[in-house]
Design a protein around this ligand. Structure first.
Ligand code: FES
Length: 122
């Protein structure tokens, strides 16, 4: 039987490797649901940075994966955490599709949902 934590760590490492391979000149399209707003996300920028460059506000505080203020949900597409799994998101949240946009980089076109941080706290 494969240890669940080892399998999860392997999936994260695999996504990080694919991110490193895709970093060349790729630019992905990110669509926000349900508003339909879109912005371009270069492979070498976090989703938060790319959104702010396009004047789309995503809540944030630490910008380092520590606070959870930038948490949202990825409905379609694939992301990676090139600096490793951030502290402020659990394995269960990741498996449910949640992501920290300050630390997540796109590996494909994405469909994402922004979540009011106050909603997560309730
Ligand atoms: S801004 Fe703090 S975890 Fe993303």
């Amino acid at each position: 039987m494969i240890n669940g934590n080892l399998l999860f760590a392997g999936l994260i490492a695999s996504a990080a490797c694919r991110w490193a391979e895709s970093i060349s000149e790729s630019i992905y399209q990110v669509t926000i649901v349900p508003t339909g707003e879109q912005f371009a996300c270069p492979a070498d920028q976090s989703i938060l940075t790319a959104a702010h460059s396009a004047d789309i506000l995503i809540s944030y505080s630490c910008r380092g994966g520590q606070c959870g203020a930038c948490m949202g949900k990825v409905h379609q597409g694939e992301i990676a955490y090139p600096n490793g799994q951030p502290d402020a998101i659990s394995e269960a949240q990741t498996q449910q599709g949640y992501a920290l946009f300050c630390s997540a980089f796109a590996l494909s076109d994405l469909s994402i949902e922004l979540i009011d941080p106050m909603r997560l706290g309730s």
